[in-house]
Design a protein around this ligand. Sequence first.
Ligand code: NAD
Length: 252
Amino acid sequence: MDFDDQVILVTGASRGIGRAVALRFAEQGGTVVVHYASDHAAAEATLAALPGEGHRTAAADLADPDAVERLVADVVGTHGRVDVLVNNAGIFEEHPVLGTDYRQWRESWRRTLDTNLVGPANLIHEVVPQMVARGGGRIVNVSSRGAFRGEPEHTAYGASKAGLNSLGQSLAQELAPHGVYVTTVAPGFVETDMTTSHLDGPRGDAIRAQSPMGRTATAQEVARVVVFLAAPGAEAMTGAIVDVNGASYLRT
Ligand code: NAD
């Protein structure tokens, strides 16, 4: 299979899209590190669902640069390598500029950028040298359609994901000569814990109606694209930002 003997670090893999990505890599023969923030039981449940052997869980707050350094040292110390990094973990907060207390506003901005953009950049800094030393690797960042045109009340989230898009494009150019290929996946709405409040009720009906498919993408569909981009043969897609939203974005 495509990922035999490869070690794949998936952040935020205890639930949602990250969990689906972890499952898909394991189905393709990969050895998966199920990263999680703090929900140990959920991470263990993901781990138990993975086919194959050698997988493990690893906790770290990605907004903490020291924790990121320890995470990579721990994974490389145990497995000797990270072949694929999937920067999936993220947070989504809504704060209208009018009506949000200043302290809340700036804390949300700091938290969102630290988690969604600086954390992935720090992880990349830590994993890339050992990828280059072994002749290459793959990085897939999970962005959002919110990165392209923004959405009201999601200022920090949209900015963090636009930054992630740019990070991937810059790194693709810098790292291709070293055999490290970097791509970005930009899902539209996907039913996970992150979006329950959006997709329940009439608001969800409107979002689904906007899609030519009449539904949102599933976490499994996003996972298949992530795994495709990390697989042998997708090298020439380096630098790409791939929409996964059933063409709904084309209608807005
Ligand atoms: P989710 O809330 O179910 O999962 C997010 C994961 O990130 C969780 O496991 C959480 O523990 C982890 N995480 C959050 N902050 C962390 C931190 N500081 N340190 C370590 N881990 C942390 O959401 P999801 O829908 O599965 O989202 C996965 C990714 O997909 C996110 O980057 C999100 O922005 C992106 N995305 C989701 C949607 C959607 O509609 N669900 C759409 C576009 C993009």
